[in-house]
Write a protein that binds this ligand. Structure first.
Ligand code: PHE
Ligand code: FE
Length: 256
């Protein structure tokens, strides 16, 4: 490990280092998504967005955000330089800390970038952390990640994160809604995932999710739908993945 970062990889947000142009990028992205998401994002996300008051004047101050978030579910956001090692990431989640990249995309990357920036991490992920059930799911996922690492099954568990936390859809009485952060921070995918005929939308099935590879460089070919956040929590935190991991060791991946 090099000098210059602490063992948990957190750094001060140093809110003053963002330029006016960078704050404008946040506001541009925020306004675009805020216009698209009513009727598309799930209610817990929209409520969280309101309660956290993320609009402000550009990139939120984590101190202010954490006061509101902490009072709701005990989660907090911590700044990190970018992607962190798996065990560091899981350790944060297991302790109700969500690591956020401390940079924002360039103006020529408004529509797409592969590395998670503060807009994806904070706008996409943090509103869902105001929901008590989802907040528990994310913490349990952190513990589960540490366990999967030790068992050599992280590639299977990572698919659960991908198809839920990043690209999950929620079936509601009013219609299909988005709860995945990878969608919520992307204007094109927010429309595509619900309205385009091409992707398949499959009922959530834990084993199937864990056997299904994903692509990180394009709109998704498939989404998994849950019936409720409680269903997701029960199917994961409420289960011992040990026997499932043993089965997965001898089962092939699924292509569709
Ligand atoms: N219950 C899982 C296990 O036994 C841990 C987990 C919980 C994983 C929630 C993901 C989400 O490993
Ligand atoms: Fe993410």
């Amino acid at each position: 490990m090099g000098a210059g970062h602490s063992p948990d990889w957190t750094i001060p947000q140093d809110h003053g280092h963002f330029t006016p142009g960078e704050h404008q990028t946040w506001t541009t992205l925020y306004e675009r998504q805020a216009a698209l998401l009513p009727g598309r994002a799930c209610q817990p996300f929209l409520d969280g967005l309101d309660q956290l008051d993320l609009k402000g004047a550009g990139i939120p101050r984590f101190d202010d955000l954490n006061e509101r978030l902490g009072a709701l579910t005990g989660w907090k956001v911590v700044a990190v330089p970018g992607l962190v090692p798996d065990e560091v990431f899981f350790e944060h989640l297991a302790n109700r800390r969500f690591p956020s990249g401390n940079f924002i995309r360039r103006p020529d990357q408004l529509d797409y970038l592969q590395e998670p920036d503060v807009f994806h991490d904070v706008f996409g992920h943090v509103p869902m952390l105001t929901d008590p059930v989802f907040a528990d799911y994310m913490q349990a996922y952190g513990r589960g990640g540490l366990r999967a690492l030790g068992l050599g099954r992280l590639h299977n568990l990572a698919r659960l994160y991908w198809y839920t936390v990043e690209f999950g859809l929620l079936q509601t009485a009013q219609g299909l809604r988005i709860y995945g952060a990878g969608i919520l921070s992307s204007s094109s995918e927010s429309v595509y995932c619900l309205e385009d005929p091409r992707p398949t939308r499959i009922d959530f099935d834990l084993e199937r999710v864990m056997r299904t590879p994903y692509r990180i460089d394009d709109l998704q070919d498939r989404y998994f739908k849950i019936e409720s956040l409680q269903q997701l929590l029960d199917a994961t935190a409420g289960q011992d993945f040990g026997p499932l991991y043993e089965r997965l060791a001898v089962l092939p991946d699924l292509v569709i």
